[in-house]
Design a protein around this ligand. Structure first.
Ligand code: IPE
Ligand code: IPE
Ligand code: MG
Length: 253
């Protein structure tokens, strides 16, 4: 029903999602947290498919943060196992649908088996152009910014970069995925209105949408709701509403 209301010509190009609420969902069902994560995999499947159908070009999914490494070992191990399971089960369909898989974060911390599967999935889908699915894994926004600063400092040290030439563009080019546009829409499930160290640089002008729906219950209809809400917003980028209405001066690309 909702789908008719969203405008096909104004689908956000890049949607990012903080997939939160697996543990709480499970506890409410009398299940353990790990079963919540397992159920969350079904939502990943559904949302990747839905985003593709709706014409989203880039879907970034926050799957595991640098801080999540401090969770109980059993939970961390289970999450890594689920990552492997997801890649094994989905790579065929992703590839068939022309979806390019990417991952960003401190991937060297992932267990070897998970990392190997991830690298092979990335390699296999590297030339696909229908849509990009980017997993933020072992990811922290502050780490990403610090890593970029270190990279630029090295370039300066080696005489390849003039410090005076460093601006927003140079800096953005040193981040993990410089080719991708900034997210237009950031969805957080599970009801918390916080960013939890996700894409700190890239969300400067992203529209935020928090939903009470827990990640294991999130489906296409919820994505459509979020896109509908997004389409009601006026993105002003610091300008006045009048300026924006007079010729899209606020539009940035
Ligand atoms: C999100 O769900 C999944 C990860 C952070 C890996 P949570 O496990 O954080 O679920 P809640 O927030 O405890 O309900
Ligand atoms: C954010 O969720 C990280 C992911 C969804 C992967 P958390 O559950 O880790 O965030 P906090 O602890 O509520 O801020
Ligand atoms: Mg959480």
């Amino acid at each position: 029903m909702h789908e008719r209301r969203i405008r096909a010509e104004a689908i956000p190009e890049h949607v990012a999602i903080i997939m939160d609420g697996n543990g709480r969902w499970a506890e409410r069902q009398g299940l353990d947290r790990i079963q919540g994560h397992r159920a969350g995999i079904e939502s990943v499947r559904a949302v990747v498919r839905a985003a593709h159908e709706l014409g989203v070009r880039v879907l970034t999914l926050y799957a595991f943060s640098t801080e999540n490494w401090s969770r109980p070992k059993g939970e961390v191990d289970a999450l890594m196992g689920l990552l492997e399971h997801y890649l094994e089960a989905e790579i065929e369909e992703l590839d068939r649908n022309g979806i390019r898989l990417r991952a960003m974060g401190r991937l060297e911390r992932l267990p070897d088996a998970a990392r190997a599967k991830l690298e092979s999935a990335i390699e296999r889908t590297r030339d696909n152009t229908e849509m990009t699915v980017l997993f933020a894994l072992s990811y922290g926004g502050r780490t990403e910014i610090a890593d970029a600063a270190r990279k630029l400092a090295r370039d300066v040290e080696q005489g390849k970069l003039d410090p005076d030439s460093i601006d927003e563009k140079t800096f953005a080019a040193a981040l993990y995925e410089p080719e991708l546009p900034d997210p237009d829409l950031l969805i957080r499930t599970g009801g918390e209105a916080r960013v939890s160290n996700f894409l700190l640089w890239q969300i400067a002008y992203t529209e935020l949408h928090v939903t009470e729906v827990m990640w294991p219950e999130f489906r296409k209809s919820h994505l459509v709701d979020a896109i509908y809400a997004f389409q009601q917003r006026e993105r002003r980028y610091g300008l006045t509403s009048e300026q924006v209405r007079e010729g899209g001066a606020g539009k940035r690309s």
